[in-house]
Structure formats: structure tokens, C-alpha cells
Design a protein around this ligand. Structure first.
Ligand code: SF4
Length: 249
């Protein structure tokens, strides 16, 4: 596994569970608002050692409930199923954060998982303008169909920002509601860490203040932790701890 970051303890990345988050290196998409650009190259410059990380998780048995694979895009890596098995063998529940880039890989992975957080970024036809990849919307929505049929608990997350006008966000919410998605979370866009000091460049999106009037399962909230810069392996929670609101993968 190519690991670009690690958060040893979080209570917000797996609903109801205390979890560690493993940030997988690499993503095939290039969303304009990506909060973790250092995780996008398939081969990062400062990777953590997977075997050493397994040892850390081994020592945390009984302290943590779950391990979440996030990214980047975890399903990019062919050895993810084996990594999931290794973690499950230690007794942890396993969660996955994914943008749904690889539905066939996701289908093979689902029987190994306990929970999934899936990004649905937009209506399918609008994905390429955001991700830079033709067909990316169809893949994400196919992944959603797989999850709907899997019986697994899952959450759909949508990052809200200037890229998603309010009228389209409403259409997206209605479409998900028609699919009877029981957990849909709206989360505000965050700029990449390198641009956080220049917030003026990221004027607040008109839609960030919008809340669906009658969609009790949708909320504007942060969904999960993010590492900030290549994380040193297994450092104190203080250094690698979640740092305020973050956007989806
Ligand atoms: S936001 Fe997620 S899917 Fe988009 S480029 Fe970043 S890691 Fe990849």
C-alpha cells in the first residue's frame, strides 16, 4: 500500500466509532476544490510504511473500533482488498471513503467492508467539468447503485461550493431523495491548505448557506478528517489530529 498520511484517532470519520484513518496515496481525478493535493500523485514523495503502520494498529486493538481507508482514492490501489483483510483480522471494523472512481473494484471490495462514505459531487453530466475526467459522473453514480444494493450502511456526501449552483444542488438533493438515500450530508468546501491563508480568493459560495427545507437527512457539516501535508508516521495526535472543517475526498 502507498500511504500518504495517517490520523491515529478520530471520532468523526466513521459514524459512532472511534477510528484511525489511513490516507491512501493517489487519485485519478483532479477536482478543483481538492483539499489534499499532495495525495493526488500515485507515488507521493513521503510515504508511510504499511507494515509499520500495521504494527501501530495492532497496538491499538481495544482502543479503537475501526479503521477507515480514505484518500486520495483508496480504490486506486490494487492491494487495498488485502490491506482491508489485514486490518479486519485484527478485529477492527473497516470503513471506506471513496469518490466511486472504480465501481467494479468497489463491487469486489464491498463484502469486506462495514461502512462506506461515498462522495456524490454533482449530477453525472457535470462531473467532467469538476474532475477533468470524462465519464467520471457515471462511475460515481454507478458506485452509488452498488451501495444501494449492497445492504451495507453508507453515507453520501456532497461538497457545497461555487462549483455547485444552488438550483443544481436542489436537483441533486431531490434526485438522491427519490433514490431514498437515508444519509446525505452536505459539507462546505475548504480550500487546499496552501491557500487557506488567502481566503479572499475563495469567496463564500452562495449555496453554503442553503439548507434543504424538508430534507432531514441532509445537513451542512464536516464529514471527515484530513491529513495536512505529508504526515510523519505515528506522531502524536496533536500533530496529526483533525484540524477543523474539511472537505470531502
Ligand atoms: S476531491 Fe477527492 S476525488 Fe477529487 S481530486 Fe481530491 S481526492 Fe480525488
Amino acid at each position: 500500500m502507498r500511504i500518504g498520511g495517517f490520523v491515529p484517532f478520530t471520532s468523526i470519520d466513521y459514524p459512532g466509532e472511534l477510528a484511525a484513518v489511513v490516507f491512501c496515496q493517489g487519485c485519478p481525478w483532479r477536482c478543483g476544490y481538492c483539499h489534499n493535493p499532495h495525495l493526488l500523485p500515485a507515488r507521493g514523495s513521503e510515504l508511510l510504511d504499511w507494515e509499520a503502520l500495521l504494527e501501530v494498529l495492532h497496538r491499538r486493538r481495544g482502543l479503537l473500533d475501526a479503521v477507515v481507508f480514505s484518500g486520495g482514492e483508496p480504490t486506486l490501489q490494487g492491494d487495498l482488498p488485502e490491506a482491508v483483510r489485514e486490518v479486519k483480522c485484527m478485529g477492527f471494523r473497516v470503513g471506506l471513503h471513496t469518490a466511486g472512481c472504480y465501481p467494479r473494484r468497489l463491487a469486489r471490495l464491498l463484502p469486506l467492508l462495514d461502512w462506506v462514505g461515498l462522495d456524490i459531487k454533482d449530477l453525472p453530466e457535470h462531473y467532467p467539468a469538476l474532475t477533468g475526467v470524462p465519464g467520471s459522473g457515471e462511475r460515481a453514480w454507478e458506485s452509488l447503485e452498488l451501495l444501494r444494493g449492497s445492504g451495507l450502511p453508507f453515507e453520501v456526501r456532497t461538497t457545497v461550493g461555487p462549483h455547485l449552483p444552488e438550483a443544481r444542488l436542489r436537483r441533486l438533493v431531490h434526485r438522491l431523495r427519490r433514490l431514498e438515500i437515508s444519509h446525505h450530508r452536505l459539507q462546505p468546501m475548504r480550500p487546499p491548505p496552501s491557500e487557506e491563508s488567502n481566503m479572499a480568493a475563495w469567496s463564500p459560495a452562495p449555496s453554503t448557506s442553503w439548507k434543504p427545507a424538508s430534507a432531514p437527512t441532509s445537513s451542512v457539516a464536516d464529514s471527515h478528517s484530513k491529513p495536512h501535508g505529508p504526515a510523519p508516521p505515528f506522531s502524536s495526535a496533536g500533530k496529526n489530529a483533525p484540524r477543523g472543517p474539511s472537505s470531502a475526498a
